[in-house]
Every structure is written in C-alpha cells, then in structure tokens.
Design a binder for this molecule. Sequence first.
Ligand SMILES: Cc1ncc(C[n+]2csc(CCOP(=O)(O)OP(=O)(O)O)c2C)c(N)n1
Ligand SMILES: [Mg+2]
Length: 332
Amino acid sequence: MAARKTSVKPNVSPQELTQFYRDMLLIRRFEEKAGQLYGMGLIGGFCHLYIGQEAVVVGLEAAAEEGDKRITSYRDHGHMLACGMDPNGVMAELTGREGGYSKGKGGSMHMFSREKHFYGGHGIVGAQVPLGAGLAFSDKYRGNDRVTFTYFGDGAANQGQVYETFNMAALWELPVIFVIENNQYAMGTAMKRSTSTPDIYHRGAAFGIPGEMVDGMDVLAVRDAGQKAVKHCRSGKGPYILEVKTYRYRGHSMSDPAKYRTREEVSKMREERDAIDHVRELLVQGGHASEEDLKAIDKEIKAVVSASAEFARESPEPALDELWTDIYAEVR
Ligand SMILES: Cc1ncc(C[n+]2csc(CCOP(=O)(O)OP(=O)(O)O)c2C)c(N)n1
Ligand SMILES: [Mg+2]
C-alpha cells in the first residue's frame, strides 16, 4: 500500500477530527475487549474483529445522513458502533445475553437495529449484497432520497451474485453505494492468489457503474470519497462503487492462527499506516489536542467499553421460552 499523502491543512474541523478519533478508538477498544471476553470463554460461536479497518466505517458514516441504511457481513461490530448502536447491547449480544440486540439469540453475526437503519450482520459471504440493493430499491420505490451503504469484502467481490446485483442496481438506477472493504485477505487466502486483477473498483464498468479506489487507512480520504458517492446516489444517478483499501490486524476470526502472512507484514502496517495514529498526529500537530486531552479521551472510551462488558456479564441468559419467539414475522 502506498504511503499516505497527508495534506498540511486537511479539510476538516478540529471538532470533526476529534470525533473521528473517538469513534475509531471506541471500535478498537471494544474489539480488544471482545477478544478478551472470547478468550475467557464468555463469547461463543464465531467472532470476527474489525481492528485495523476502523477508518472505513467511521469515514463513511461521516458522509451518511439520518435515514440512510447500512448492511454488512459478519465483521460487523464496528459498523454497529459507528452508526450509533449502543455498545452495551452489542456486547451483551456477543455474550448471548438477554440485554443483547437480538435478546442473546443471534450473537456476533446477527444483530439488527431498525432505529439506526442497520440491517445486519450476515454470515453467508456476499448474501448481503443483493439485500442491500433491495433496501435501496425500497427507498427508490417510496420516492425518498435515502442511500444504502452495502459493505462486502474482497473475497465476496468474486461472487456471481455481486454481478447480478450490479446489473439490476444499474438498470434500476438504485441509490446504493457498494463498499468493497479490501483488507487483502479472504480467510487465509491473499488477494493475489484468488483475484485476477489487483484493483476491483472498476468491476462495475461492464454495467456502467462508476468506481474508485480509496485509501482506507485515511479517514479523511474515506469521508471525502463517501461524500462524492453519496452525492452521486442521492441525485438519482444510480449506484457507485468504492473499493476501500484497508487491512485487518487480527486473524480472520478468533480461531485463525494466521499462518498465511508474516508478523512483519502486520507490524509494518500497524506502525506505518495505522488510521488512529494518523488522526492522533493530525490533532497534535495541528495544535487541536494535547497529549493530556488524548489521554482523557482514551480514559473515557475505556470506561464506556468496560461498562459494556460489565453490562454484558450482568445481563441474564435468555429464558428458555425465548426459544419459541421471534421465529415468524407478525402479519400486520
Ligand atoms: C457462501 C459462503 N462461502 C464461504 C463461507 C466461509 N467464509 C467465511 S468468511 C470467508 C472469506 C470472505 O472474505 P472477504 O469477503 O474478503 O471478507 P473479510 O473476512 O476479509 O472481511 C469465507 C470464505 C461463507 N461464510 N459463506
Ligand atoms: Mg477480505
């Protein structure tokens, strides 16, 4: 990945920059805590951490407006926190407790919030892509100007259903932003072993969908690209593709020994390209925050995350008769 080009005077207010720092740090600390709880046996099933990729969702959320929708894969905790879902409810769901977003019955990959327009959480690779187009269709049908952010990985981008979706989304000019979170691996398979071309942002060309590549370790670059894509979709011009180059620091899931890449590769990325360090530098160098200010934010975020773990541990397991609820939708 090329070195970051940070402009001397980035186009961002100190308040917005500080908010980015907070939002990304919340995701990172939350995920670290989830990793700990998993290690302690308090989280069962699958658990895919988002550490390293924080700038993608935080940058794009900064481009979203109230009522816009989002849908993603199983690597979803960051997306939930970034759209304003309650860390307590997310952590309690991870630990399978009653206070969780799916009453403890869904776990890491199956959480939803209609209030925050978050439509999951999908464990089947690529399955959320046509669903995302469907969400965008519903907005077009209703005649509002909402946009749907449909996130998927570089691995998912090789699936057939993605291209069927591109075709229909372009044909019907649906207001959907296809966000390819290219973290360069699909489980243990490096992109160069599975993908015929190094860049995937132009894969919509055959359908007339514009696309661009974005530095996903630079939250400002992500926000700017997101704003451009949102403008395109909201003005009725149809779908847009953003290939956001990012990197996951942890294994594919908690059970991945990560033997397919070197430790040096990971530490180089952490040391040279970390998105949170980048914003921290901008804040300090721009004179917007002192080391003390940043420490205070750190402390505050840690307290929120600890409280979510506490809430999760204290929340009871779902009652047995919950086995029979939430199976069929109520017909209204
Ligand atoms: C249809 C389907 N095939 C295979 C799997 C197993 N699987 C889970 S994640 C994954 C890799 C996906 O990689 P990518 O799309 O790059 O997303 P990332 O995990 O890197 O975020 C695979 C093959 C699955 N869950 N669903
Ligand atoms: Mg991937």
